[in-house]
Design a protein around this ligand. Sequence first.
Ligand code: ACO
Length: 377
Amino acid sequence: MTEEQLARGLKGVVIDKTESSKIDGKLGKLIYHGYDIHDLAEKSTFEEVCYLLWHGKLPTQKELDDLSRSLAENRALPPQILQIIDLVKATHPMDALRTGVSALATFDPDTEDNSPAANLRKAIRLTAQTATIVAAHERIRKGQKAVAPDPSLNHAANFLYMLKGEKPDAESARAIDLDLLLHADHSSNASAFAARVTTGTNADMHAAIVSAIATLKGPAHGGAAQAVMTMTAEIGEPERAEQWVKDAIAAKKRVMGFGHRVYKTEDPRARHLRDRVRHMGEKYGQVKWFQILSRVEEAMAPYRERGIYVNVDFYAGAAYSLLGIPEDLFIPMFALGRMPGWITQILEQWADNILLRPLLKYVGPVDLPYIPISERK
Ligand code: ACO
């Protein structure tokens, strides 16, 4: 490819090989290292998916127990990180998360060691600690004390415990576990690409995760779940959904939670969150969100022939809201789920590293005469 051949947005450009995840946009299929997302959603857990992505195989019981224990043992934050979170408590939770991870680099004994063994230790610490940062920031900004992690709980249950200060019921914990697992990796998405670019310069894992978090923050990547809940509140009642969609389409607005760059059929992750939201809504006596979202889906049916189907974000926001998670935590939730995938792609990049350095086509002026400052007007 030369400077003359533009690939704006890198659309359709294959940048490297991966064994981590594969999306088939036509069939609506997603696999993590060979395993169908539907099987993993029904039978697996976040911890098991971490093992699968980082080691390229499903763990034995002992391997899973060892990883789960290591994650649980590495959740605590250095006290200085809690002080930093307190200093920046008024900021957006994504900025607090990015700042917290950046500061963690100062305290991690392996920051400068990029060997495979050190990178795996950092993978465990960072996956565990990021959940603690998000929960601690949420509590500190509300004037509450951060809750110390409980090593007897799994990653998802412990996150809810640190967030709310009480142990969650099994169903709420499983809803978070499922949500994290469904977000764990998604091929060359913008934030994973950012992590690869940073790793390509031989920068360390903390630096690459900071890049990924910064990139996920943008509304074109991580922000749609929140926008769906804003839309749901605006619609207000299920019977208003059809007209709302008609008006939005007539005004050439995007209906949030629909459409995808790669999937031209239903995003396979959406099914599992739809089922959860229906079930949790019935259990908690809060069915209105599900009813509104279902009616929006029905109203969008005519657009399926154009490849516009529901995506993962459509039901994710309602699932978080049913669990009492505030809207500005939706992107951090995505980040916590995506941690294993970012890390896997950083490990893959390290295994056969290359500088990611594309070209730009220069379209500025040339051959301008240099005018001394005293003669410039
Ligand atoms: N609502 C209405 N129309 C849509 C939507 C939508 N959500 N998505 C695409 N379209 C229409 C566009 O208006 C366009 O129509 P046109 O050809 O008449 O101009 C056509 O479909 C193609 O749209 P593009 O933006 O070119 O498609 P692309 O594949 O680049 O966009 C994107 C994908 C950005 C996700 C888009 O579908 C969108 O904006 N969706 C809403 C936001 C959203 O849900 N984002 C989350 C994505 S999933 C994730 O990141 C986890």
